[in-house]
Design a protein around this ligand. Structure first.
Ligand code: UDP
Ligand code: GLC
Ligand code: MN
Length: 326
């Protein structure tokens, strides 16, 4: 029996992070998660991606964007793009669920993790960069409008020491490090697999027990290119920056290729469209081409550079399909 008053929750404020949310959702389904799957989106997320998310998640909930607008502290974190992560705080407003587990959209679930619902608010795993802080990519919480209000007030009154959600949540749940060891999740529930963070011997020793991997850091799985023939992301050569553990990257892409790309096909009216996106030996997820004029976008479209993730992708593909069919 599915448990209807508990949920796994993630967040995507744009179509790119939606790609991660789709893989995360499919990984939870593959591991037979028995709780509702919920994704928070903001008004920016396109119609196409909302349609795809609703194929995987039980609920796609629109919330307003909350941005720290704190470039100085985000610069300390060296992640200027993370201001919108304050939107995460809106997960406390999901009060139809009694308990929930939040997972970043850049996480991947490797085994069933329903046992996390035995934990109480606020449970999380240590951050690999400063282990007296928790990492806010995976946590157990109890939705409550009171807590939601207090968190927003805390954000207004004190801001966040890292300009994003993790700093804020750590100063709000400030006794996490010392109060109750049961609220420390094992690192295997939030294993950062960025080579730069890894204590390699421990990774060798314990890594096979990983339950949730987290592609923490500026490089995400969707920024790599993947070759479906070899089942591997492309080697970027000796001068390239250290990358995430290869086997986890390949697993992410395997799920994307097998169980996310086909959703595009069915949402857009049949397998012929899937062929458009996977006919080549490399798959890459293109960033939005925001700066292009409508004429320029049209030219790129006619030349075959298709912006599947664009706000108007659905309309364009439909238009092309109509022309093709007539
Ligand atoms: N996120 C988002 N839009 C953004 C940035 C972040 O939706 O522009 C969400 C997404 O769920 C993401 C989480 O906030 O996984 C935290 O950001 P990220 O995972 O990039 O931070 P990291 O774990 O690398 O520090
Ligand atoms: C962390 C967390 C992420 C959070 C970010 C900014 O690295 O993994 O979830 O958004 O810090 O606070
Ligand atoms: Mn993350």
């Amino acid at each position: 029996m599915p448990v209807s008053d508990q949920a796994f929750v993630t967040l995507a404020t744009n179509d790119t992070y939606c790609q991660g949310a789709l893989v995360l959702g499919q990984s939870l389904r593959a591991q037979m998660a028995t709780r509702a799957l919920v994704v928070l989106v903001t008004p920016h997320v396109s119609r196409l991606l909302r349609a795809l998310l609703s194929r995987v998640f039980d609920e796609v909930v629109e919330v307003s964007l909350a941005d720290s607008a704190d470039p100085a502290r985000l610069a300390l974190l060296r992640r200027p793009e993370l201001g919108p992560t304050l939107t995460k705080l809106h997960c406390w407003a999901l009060t139809r669920y009694r308990k929930a587990v939040f997972l970043d959209a850049d996480t991947l679930v490797l085994s069933n993790i329903d046992e996390l619902f035995d934990r109480s608010e606020f449970s999380a795993a240590p951050d690999p960069g400063w282990p007296d802080c928790f990492n806010s990519g995976v946590f157990v919480f109890r939705p409550s409008l009171r807590t939601h209000g207090l968190l927003l007030r805390h954000a207004m009154d004190h801001g966040s020491f890292d300009g994003a959600d993790q700093g804020l949540l750590n100063s709000f749940f400030s006794d996490w490090a010392t109060a109750d060891i049961h609220k420390h999740l094992p690192f295997t529930y939030n294993l950062s697999c960025n080579a730069a963070y890894t204590y390699t011997p421990a990774f060798r020793w314990f890594g096979s027990r990983a339950k949730v991997v987290h592609f923490l850091g500026p490089r995400k799985p969707w920024t790599y290119k993947y070759n479906p023939q070899t089942g591997s992301v492309l080697d970027e050569g000796p001068g390239a920056a250290p990358r995430h553990e290869l086997s986890f990257l390949n697993l992410w892409w395997d799920i994307y290729h097998r169980s996310v790309l086909p959703l595009y096909g069915s949402a857009l009216g049949g397998p012929r469209i899937v062929a458009l996106s996977v006919s080549v030996s490399e798959i890459a997820i293109q960033e939005k081409v925001r700066a292009l004029s409508p004429e320029e976008q049209r030219r790129r479209w006619e030349e075959g550079h298709i912006d599947y993730m664009g706000t108007d992708a659905f309309a364009r593909i439909q238009e092309k399909l109509d022309r093709f069919l007539h």
